[in-house]
Design a protein around this ligand. Structure first.
Ligand code: PGA
Length: 251
């Protein structure tokens, strides 16, 4: 049985003070929740303080990106060890905004995934097609290329510790979510890829999250689908009431 995961991707939002306010609200609202893993991914500048604020809470901490090297001359980058020291357990890798605005490739995604696993961080690996790719009937082809890239040279034990987020690019921040059926069809395809690569037992253990305009109104229907094991939430994770609604719809 996969425990659903609801992860909030705060993107480039929330100063340290605002982040602490949101976490304090979330702790009050979600303190008693069981049967779902809740993760928040604040910007780098708030990780240290949010980690402290999350003490004695079941809410887990994740980062939105990292470099694959442990240290060195990489101006402006943050390493996996740095994330560990501020309490991160998860790290989002290869978000479509990183791929499109910062030119991340399947190769850099693979380097980051391998590095995260080496340092015992669970990568939340993002894949998803653009609108023109969906319209050209290329969704599965695109997803397969991204998955092959991300999972290159990963052992069974490593693969088991990964999380996938299927985020159709056309659904991110647009208010236009994939229908539960559209999303689940891709999730089933992703699970088949994992099963072909790592066997059915491992594929059944990996959480595949849906992301793209998830809100408290559409989350229950999405999460009820056979292969949707949680959500990666952007905009609606910035508001404690909305995020609470999504988390509770997963139980
Ligand atoms: P959204 O973003 O929920 O605002 O569409 C999701 C994401 O980019 O992870």
């Amino acid at each position: 049985m996969r425990i659903p995961i609801i992860a909030g991707n705060w993107k480039m939002n929330k100063t340290e003070e605002e982040a602490l306010q949101l976490v304090s609200d979330l702790k009050q609202r979600l303190g008693e929740v069981t049967g779902v893993k809740v993760i928040v991914c604040p910007p780098f500048t708030a990780l240290f303080s949010v980690n402290k604020a999350l003490e004695n809470s079941s809410i887990l901490l994740g980062a939105q990106n990292m470099h694959w090297e442990e240290k060195g001359a990489f101006t402006g980058e943050v390493s996996p060890t740095m994330l560990l020291t501020v309490g991160c357990k998860f790290v989002i890798i290869g978000h479509s905004e990183r791929r499109s605005y910062f030119y991340e490739t399947d190769h850099s995604v693979n380097l980051k995934v391998k590095s995260a696993l080496k340092f015992s961080l669970s990568p939340i690996i993002c894949v998803g097609e653009k609108l023109e790719e969906r319209d050209a009937n290329k969704t599965k082809e695109v997803i397969e290329i991204q998955l092959k890239g991300a999972y290159k040279e990963l052992s069974d034990q490593q693969a088991e510790k990964t999380v996938i987020a299927y985020e159709p690019v056309w659904a991110i921040g647009t208010g236009k979510n994939a229908t539960p059926q559209q999303a689940n069809e891709v999730h089933v395809f992703i699970r088949k890829f994992l099963s072909d690569e790592y066997g059915e037992e491992i594929s059944e253990k990996i959480n595949i999250l849906y992301g793209g305009s998830v809100n408290p109104k559409n989350s229950r229907e999405l999460l009820a689908m056979s292969d949707i094991d949680g959500a990666l939430v952007g905009g609606a994770s910035l508001d404690a009431v909305s995020f609470e609604g999504i988390v509770k719809s997963a139980i």
